[in-house]
Design a protein around this ligand. Structure first.
Ligand SMILES: Nc1ncnc2c1ncn2[C@@H]1O[C@H](COP(=O)(O)OP(=O)(O)OP(=O)(O)O)[C@@H](O)[C@H]1O
Length: 663
């Protein structure tokens, strides 16, 4: 049994439906230690035969047996492994990968062995040393002479320690001195117990071997042993191989990106601009929402709900009629505000999410007299925790027998410039209301101005504390029960639920309270802002489509430009999956780099924009959150992955022989 046996090999090429037979029933046996040269005229089918022996061609009839075991040419993984473990290729055109240096070209093959990285590096250096290239490890193929390139190719072919070296016109492009050196190396390889099969036109090369096979018109016409082959007593231990690990694909992809960085930098920039636009609009949306919330919250505290007694509209009409019937009460029906009983306050206190219920009293149409001038205060209320202390523009909160006056409607009318001086002055406050006998009485007291407040509503903010209000009303024999209450809740998200619960509290089927929610208004505003953000981001997303197309075009061009590389990698034993992974990794790297650049741009330009916009709005209007960055990375990766699918598939499906034949 020979080491390698070819039985009845037939191969035809087809142009349309016409068959052109090239190999017409070859039978050949090869043994380890032999240096076989295959001589034949140009176009005689020598390379075709080498591709069949090398496991690159699957489209033929006949059998190739390795150590008596037939190779299954329909089983692609078995052939990948066969090329990885058993075959080392040397080509006339060297077929080195131009963007990898000498050492990395040799490492390509070693990366598919189970040696440790240190052992792989040691072996690659040792092989390059053997072929006399110790000082050239960092050079790229374009920086080497023809002879040097072929020696790198020999070192690479030997790297995985294969039993069979196939050399297709290895000296075809070399001068006589380099030819002699390469032949000497091949002789040594065979002498070490490997099988060397070399295709040539040249009789000089043919006579360097131990056996010459003549191929004429697709048939073996002569087969002569011209020298005794090396004696191989026991088979050499093989280097165990493995499929290419993913991180090596990633590294190779990175090396290619680095090699073509100017081109890639433009792609990354283009993609990053699209991603950046989306990110900026999302950031602006966040900022705008924050700004609106901030503005509304500074006016009203969403954790406080103001509750009034519910007034039935029919009862309201009766009161109006009654008021019209009594001219002394004309215009003051509004001053008769329904009050809260203690049990009603307790009822509110027991609602879920309610932390505290604070009573308050409000009176309408008060008069505030400062010196000889009277000012009308449409509303005089008690200060509750729903009022924001930030509203105070001068002075402090009102203590007993003190008052806070509205800045615009009272203090500035008193003195446009020196309104702050009102703090500490004595004023008289009076309003009319109905007592328990329904008689109109005046509630009045002299109070000291504690502070001046800016109001957010047209009614103005004139406030005293609850005790003062009660004491004033008690003196006039008017009810001291609250006319409104402020319900405090734990957090603003509960606002709507509590408002609804309050409005649904009923006694004898009668609604008791009327509360209004600020969160529903906020929610509506936020919905509109979200909608606007999404529309803007979607418009920016169109540029992402352009980015995706850019990556697709780049990857397709890359596949076309790297056909030879794909062929070389396949001949070294890389599988279709490895090739697909190589191109997908490159695309994903472009995606990640674009996302990094986009994030940098968004934060940088966002910072600049914020500085400008802060002067206008007093708020940072571009607000990026970590989750936005995560989303952009996910979008970038999905785009890059989608863009890679077709080109990577095309690369993986390439016939390695066609790929290798590309100029
Ligand atoms: N893909 C192909 N499709 C059609 N015909 C092909 C194809 N590849 C090779 N041939 C033909 O098959 C024949 C054998 O080609 P092959 O490359 O094996 O010859 P060769 O002996 O290696 O030639 P050379 O010494 O010039 O390299 C040639 O006539 C060639 O035109």
């Amino acid at each position: 049994m020979s080491y390698l046996e070819l039985k009845d090999i037939h191969k035809s090429y087809y142009i349309g439906k016409t068959a052109y037979p090239v190999l017409k029933g070859l039978n050949l046996n090869f043994d380890l230690g032999e240096f076989v040269t295959i001589l034949g005229e140009s176009g005689g089918g020598k390379s075709t035969l080498m591709n069949i022996i090398g496991g690159l061609d699957r489209d033929f009839t006949g059998t190739v047996k390795l150590q008596g075991q037939p190779l299954d040419h329909h089983h692609e993984h078995q052939l990948d492994q066969y090329r990885r473990e058993t075959i080392g290729y040397i080509y006339q055109a060297y077929n080195l990968i131009s963007h990898l240096n000498v050492l990395d070209n040799v490492m390509l093959s070693l990366d598919m062995t189970r040696l440790s990285r240190a052992a792989r590096l040691k072996r690659a250096r040792g092989l390059l040393n053997q072929v006399g290239l110790t000082d050239q490890l960092k050079k790229y193929p374009s920086q080497l002479s023809g002879g040097q390139k072929q020696r790198v190719a020999i070192a690479r072919a030997l790297a995985s320690d294969p039993q069979v070296i196939i050399a297709d016109e290895p000296t075809g492009a070399l001068d006589s001195q380099n030819t002699a050196e390469v032949l000497a190396i091949l002789q040594k390889i065979a002498a070490n117990g490997r099988l060397v099969i070399c295709v040539t036109h040249s009789s000089t090369v043919a006579h360097a071997g131990t056996r010459v096979v003549q191929l004429t018109d697709g048939k073996i016409t002569d087969d002569q042993v011209i020298r005794a082959p090396a004696k191989v007593t026991k088979s050499r231990a093989k280097l165990a191989s493995r499929p290419l690990p993913w991180h090596i694909s990633l590294l190779t992809a990175f090396k290619h990106l680095r090699h073509t960085w100017t081109w890639n930098a433009l792609i990354v920039l283009g993609t990053a601009i699209g991603l950046f636009a989306v990110m900026l609009f999302i950031g602006l949306g966040n900022g705008l929402k924050g700004y609106i919330n901030h503005q509304i919250n500074s006016l009203v505290d969403p954790q406080s709900i103001t509750v009034m007694r519910y007034v039935d509209s029919t009862k309201d009409q009766e009161e109006q009629f009654a008021a019209q019937a009594d001219p002394s009460a004309a215009g003051s029906f509004a001053t008769h505000m329904p009050t809260f009983s203690t049990s009603q306050v307790t009822e509110l206190q027991h609602l879920t999410h309610v932390v505290k219920v604070e009573p308050g009293i409000a009176a309408n149409d008060a008069m505030i007299t400062i010196g000889k001038t009277s000012y009308s205060a449409p509303q005089l209320t008690t200060w509750t925790s729903a009022n924001q202390t930030s509203a105070l523009k001068a002075g402090h909160l009102a203590g007993n027998n003190q008052i806070i006056l509205d800045q615009q409607s009272i203090a500035q009318k008193w003195s446009a410039n020196n309104w702050r001086k009102l703090v500490g002055q004595k004023v008289t406050v009076a309003y009319r209301t109905l007592n328990s006998q329904n008689q109109l009485v005046t509630v009045q007291r002299q109070l000291t101005v504690a502070g001046i407040a800016a109001s957010s509503t047209g009614a103005g903010l004139n406030a005293i504390n609850y005790e003062t209000m009660q004491s004033m009303r008690a003196a006039a024999k008017v009810t001291t029960q609250p006319t409104f209450v402020t319900v405090r809740i734990k957090n603003r998200q509960q606002n709507e639920a509590v408002v609804s619960a309050i409005n649904h509290l009923k006694v004898n089927g009668q609604q008791q309270f009327a509360a209004t929610s600020i969160s529903s208004a906020l929610a509506t505003v936020n919905t509109y802002v979200n909608l606007a953000t999404m529309i803007l981001a979607a418009i920016a997303g169109i540029s992402l489509l352009v980015s995706a197309l850019m990556i697709i075009v780049t990857m397709f061009m890359s596949v076309s430009a790297r056909m030879k590389e794909i062929g070389i990698l396949r001949s070294l034993g890389e599988s279709r999956r490895d090739i697909r992974r190589l191109f997908t990794s490159e695309s994903l790297m472009l995606g990640v780099l674009s996302a990094i650049l986009a994030t940098g741009l968004a934060y940088g330009i966002g910072l600049g924009l914020n500085q400008i916009l802060y002067r206008i709005a007093g708020y940072n209007l571009v607000q990026l959150e970590f989750s936005n960055v995560v989303v952009i990375f996910i979008i970038a990766l999905v785009i890059a992955w989608l863009a890679a699918i077709l080109p990577a598939r095309r690369a993986a499906r390439l016939n390695p022989i066609t790929a290798l034949a590309t100029e």
